[in-house]
Design a protein around this ligand. Structure first.
Ligand code: CP
Length: 306
């Protein structure tokens, strides 16, 4: 497969290969000279139809560290505003001899649609509430780095599960790697199909924290919802906000994660987000090595390096 469209479509072996490759690139980007020539004959287009800070910069840095040629496209300043379709837009970009497309899009399944309609490798950088595969890979890689392994670990994903591509991709990745996964959040923010994913819903945050080794705190995605069915922010903070008081009640030290962007004081307080238990910036650091690994492995297939 010459795409990364979702964690659902890759195997545990694929994930382990990405991790081993990322181990190498993490060592590379910590050298005084962070750049390697691996992709110097590869051209990558980063197409962002939705806002991003971490993912966009992380892909661009990963590409530059691999010596790829990079073009960046932001829908807001493009001819998409004049009515050009996604397929026409991408085919025009590909005709400029682009080898690989990284795309973030607000619509679930946009990456899958594109992969069936254009002749290029596609990396999904987040498609609506569907999947965010490189986020799940960097999250699991960060758990492996902090706790030695993902297998056997207990991970709770807390918050707005319904609108979260991070939650879905994390569930697939963690299960493939042998972790136990629970989700915790208001029932108004739980997908109806959650039971079919093999995860238990724990509606009580304190019980979820007492159970877990790792808590992955998600942002409430106000931009994807009608506020009428959401608990008020004050109720949400009371029931699902992670604060020091909750952590201090536990007789163990759990690892705290967040994919960013953080709404400080809502899903997590600043003292927790900035504490030694939080690995939030390690996740961001690892994102570059993970994306280098994904791009290197995909480009190796396109260019037949092996
Ligand atoms: N975690 C994440 O995807 O952040 P951005 O939306 O800033 O890319």
């Amino acid at each position: 497969v010459n795409h990364l469209l979702g964690i659902k479509y890759i195997s545990e072996e694929d994930i382990q290969l990405i991790f081993e490759t990322a181990d190498h690139f993490k060592e590379v980007i910590n050298r005084p000279i962070k750049k390697v020539p691996s992709l110097r004959d590869v051209t990558i287009a980063n197409l962002f139809f939705e806002n991003s800070t971490r993912t966009r910069l992380s892909f661009e840095l990963a590409e530059k560290r691999l010596s790829a040629d990079v073009v960046n496209f932001s829908a807001a300043s493009s001819s998409v505003k004049k009515g050009e379709t996604l397929v026409d837009t991408v085919n025009n970009i590909l005709s400029m001899k682009v080898d690989l497309v990284v795309m973030r899009h607000p619509n679930p399944g946009a990456g899958i649609f594109l992969s069936k309609n254009v002749n290029a490798s596609i990396v999904n950088a987040g498609d609506g509430a569907h999947e965010h595969p490189t986020q799940a890979l960097l999250d699991a890689f960060s758990i492996r780095e902090k706790l030695g392994d993902v297998a056997g670990k207990k991970v709770v994903i807390v918050g707005d599960i319904l609108h979260s591509r991070v939650a879905l991709s994390n569930i697939f990745a963690l299960q493939k790697l042998g972790a136990s996964v629970k989700v915790c959040g208001p029932l108004t923010l739980m997908p109806k199909h959650i039971a079919h994913l093999g995860v238990e819903v724990e509606p009580n945050l304190d019980r979820a924290l007492a159970w877990c080794d790792v808590a992955n705190m998600l942002r409430v995605q106000n931009e994807r919802m009608d506020n009428s069915y959401f608990p008020s922010t004050r109720e949400y903070v009371q029931q699902y906000g992670l604060n020091l008081e909750r952590l201090q009640k536990l007789n163990k030290e759990i690892t705290i994660m967040h994919p960013g962007p953080i709404n400080r004081g809502v899903e997590i307080t600043s003292d927790v987000a900035d504490s030694n238990q939080a690995i939030i910036l390690n996740q961001v650091e690892n994102g570059v090595a993970i994306r280098m690994a994904v791009l290197y492995l995909l480009a190796s297939k396109i260019k037949n390096y092996d």
